[in-house]
Design a protein around this ligand. Structure first.
Ligand code: S3P
Length: 195
């Protein structure tokens, strides 16, 4: 799944997508923002990060929202912001790790988007999140155990996504190409089999 994608593949995805969004889901550290930005660039689509939009709407950081107003308040804002963003496709939309756990958000995503789960091992997630300490859910004595609990709880729900791409410890470009190939075979299954 590492071969480069052709212009034709990209055009097909763009035309089948119409005004829907490609929505990236997955745990903290899965690479949704970094990979999403590059994916958007390659597809010639705008990139939007839901957490950044929530921060902009609230005028404060995600950490501060959690600290000053609590997680439930953050989740309300997250649900509203994602519903609004989904109205303005086509685009690549990266969501925060908890967004897809909300039933309304799952429903909105399936109505207006193609959902791609960036599935990632515990080891790689921890390697990535350790580099930055801004995530409120991981500000605990045992972030490894919290991450494992989140995987146990969320992976069965993430599995409802339209597509799954394994986020490995390889270049972001490789993952972007994997996503494009996966999207292409989703839109054009028979053609992909003959490639
Ligand atoms: C969260 C993930 C974060 C952010 C918030 C809660 C979660 O986003 O939305 O800290 O519940 O997993 P990233 O997945 O982009 O880190």
């Amino acid at each position: 799944m590492t071969k480069n994608n052709s212009r034709g593949d990209i055009q097909l995805i763009r035309s089948r997508l119409g005004s829907d969004s490609i929505v990236l889901i997955g745990l903290m550290g899965a690479g949704k923002t970094t990979v999403g930005r590059r994916l958007a660039q390659k597809l010639g689509l705008p990139f939007v990060d839901a957490d950044h939009e929530i921060e902009r709407a609230a005028g404060m950081s995600v950490s501060d929202i959690f600290e000053q107003h609590g997680e439930a308040h953050f989740r309300d804002g997250e649900r509203r912001v994602i519903a609004r963003l989904l109205e303005t496709g086509p685009q690549v939309l990266a969501t925060g790790g908890g967004a897809y756990m909300d039933e309304t958000t799952r429903h909105n995503i399936s109505a207006r988007g193609i959902c791609v789960w960036l599935k990632c091992s515990h080891k790689l997630l921890m390697k990535r999140v350790r580099k930055r300490g801004h995530r409120p859910l991981l500000k605990t004595a045992d972030p490894d155990a919290v991450m494992q609990e989140l995987m146990d709880k969320r992976y069965p729900v993430y599995a409802k996504s339209d597509l799954t791409v394994v986020s490995r410890d390889v270049s972001h470009n490789t993952i972007v190409n994997d996503i494009i190939r996966t999207l292409h075979s989703y839109f054009e299954p028979a053609e992909q089999e003959n490639k």
